[in-house]
Design a protein around this ligand. Sequence first.
Ligand code: SF4
Ligand code: SF4
Length: 238
Amino acid sequence: MKIELKVKLFLLKKIYLIYDDFVSSLAVACKKYCSRCFTNNVIMTSLEGYFIAESIVKKEHSDVFERVKAEVSKQRFLPRTTINKIAELCINGEDLPQEDHTHAESVCPLLTDDACAIYNVRPFGCRCLMSKHDCRQQGYAYVDAFVLSVNHLFLQFIEHVDANGFSGNLSDMLTFMASEENRCSYKTDTLKNSDTHLLWNLPIKVLMIPPEHRVRIQPILNALHNINGPVSKMNCSF
Ligand code: SF4
Ligand code: SF4
């Protein structure tokens, strides 16, 4: 399925709005200037990377690109598979690749004085961190099981919309998108991924929603299906 870039960006913004609507009904401890979860391990798609990179270029914040480029020499989470690949492996009863979580963790390169330099265009991986208690006091986040299912659903849709692109660590993705040539290739759908840390995306084959959440999640799924555009034509099942 090939989707024009302007349609993909339209869909991405709509998907974010639907998620904002969902989040507005949640009781969470997350608030402005709470930044303990802002690490260098955020994962994003190339569509989100393009959206952020264009915003950085428009605002002439080239220092942001320098900060992410400096990060790629450090230890960080480098995923071995995407969420739609995980769903595909699960449905086929195949083993999942072991992810390496043994790396050191440092703060996100886009964090300045406890605030995000790209807050309005931040990727879904940052938007979906929703803890029921304050991580600064407890030392870890507590995310409700239903919220996790909803997060997986949105991650699957975003990867689906960007099925001709790829996913990877924020620093690798923005370093890739800092190049005008790469952004142009993405825009014209002639992308070649020479970065071994970026993984090709896949369309949705099956949704990863546990049986106990399928009724409750249906209105959100309907809202995603009802976005005008190619997403509404998707045939995806549980
Ligand atoms: S997930 Fe935790 S650290 Fe992040 S904003 Fe929410 S409460 Fe704060
Ligand atoms: S991109 Fe922004 S919102 Fe996301 S972790 Fe970094 S500073 Fe936080």
